[in-house]
Design a protein around this ligand. Structure first.
Ligand SMILES: C[S@@+](CC[C@H](N)C(=O)[O-])C[C@H]1O[C@@H](n2cnc3c(N)ncnc32)[C@H](O)[C@@H]1O
Length: 282
């Protein structure tokens, strides 16, 4: 097994040289992926990998050193309680979004709640919420055909419906007006001129990442739709850039439709999402 350890050490050094902070973790994950085991069990492999492994490992590590995202090479990512298929054409769900998921699962919603995940991408929030609330009606909305291909795979066998729609469309789905218990969204929100890591710049769809000059363009559509679809007392949760918490709170409050507007931090302590309750219009 010395040769496997040696290959992982060399890969970790190469990835560190390529500027990847999680070099050793990535080198081990890729080795585990190719040997069909878990990262923590690599040392317990009962057979030495053959020549084919080392050729494949060389190629996959070379791809990672060119900053192809680890999750594209593995084909999956963990998000909360679920494992999702991801790859080129869809946004890779991020751990920071798990804070909003955690908030949503703690809310006292009706058993048959109607929940909408706007900008669903791979279906991450929708699938994770479906796992938690199997009796709910959960709808994921996205305008990207490529993203919805992944979402279709990820939601198979779950209680999630998918809709392809641009959420800026005026009058979208009037049948949902005042019927929804929770609108949750992780929309594109990075300000257009912000600099991002090579994995994001070259491999995440730009349409999924950037949200206009101040990062608020799609958040505004989320808030407007929530203001129409939520029932009185219904809940909104929307993720934002760590520089736009104040703008998001202000935008939600200027609509005059929400109360209990609260800013929340992610697991790393950065401002990350805002929640609010729909006022009773009467
Ligand atoms: C940041 S990704 C989030 C994906 C997923 N919610 C997650 O947390 O992993 C944003 C998603 O919004 C979608 N999107 C961007 N603009 C949209 C619009 N106007 N209408 C509907 N979906 C949109 C993109 O296609 C992308 O899948």
């Amino acid at each position: 097994m010395t040769s496997l350890r040696h290959a992982i050490d060399s890969a970790a050094a190469l990835l560190a040289e390529a500027g990847i902070d999680s070099a050793r973790w990535d080198a081990e994950q890729l080795a585990a992926h190719l040997t069909g085991t878990e990262r923590g069990l690599l040392a317990l492999l009962d057979h030495a990998p053959g020549a084919e492994f080392f050729a494949q490992y060389h190629d996959i590590v070379a791809a990672r050193s060119r900053r192809v995202p680890l999750q594209h090479l593995l084909g999956t990512v963990s998000f909360g309680p679920v494992e999702l298929h991801v790859g080129p054409g869809v946004f890779i769900p991020r751990p920071e979004t798990e804070a909003m998921l955690e908030w949503a699962t703690a809310q006292p919603l009706p058993q048959r709640a109607v929940i909408i995940d706007l900008c669903t991408g791979s279906g991450a929030l929708a699938v994770a919420l479906a796992r938690h609330r199997p009796a709910a009606r959960i709808i994921g909305v996205d305008d990207s055909a490529a993203a919805l291909e992944y979402a279709r795979r990820n939601t198979k066998g779950s209680n999630v419906e998918l809709i392809r729609a641009d959420i800026s469309t005026p009058g979208l789905r009037p049948d949902l007006d005042r019927r929804v218990d929770l609108v949750i969204a992780n929309p594109p929100y990075v300000p257009d001129n912000a600099s991002v890591e090579p994995e994001v710049a070259q491999h995440d769809p730009q349409h999924a990442v950037f949200g206009g000059p101040d990062g608020m363009a799609v958040i505004a559509h989320v808030v407007r739709l929530a203001g129409r679809w939520l029932r009185p007392g219904g809940l909104l949760a929307v993720e934002h850039d760590d520089t736009t918490s104040g703008l998001t709170v202000e935008f939600i409050s200027t609509t005059g439709r929400f109360e209990n507007i609260k800013a929340h931090k992610d697991l790393a302590g950065r401002p990350r999402f805002v929640t609010a309750g729909m006022r009773d219009a009467s």
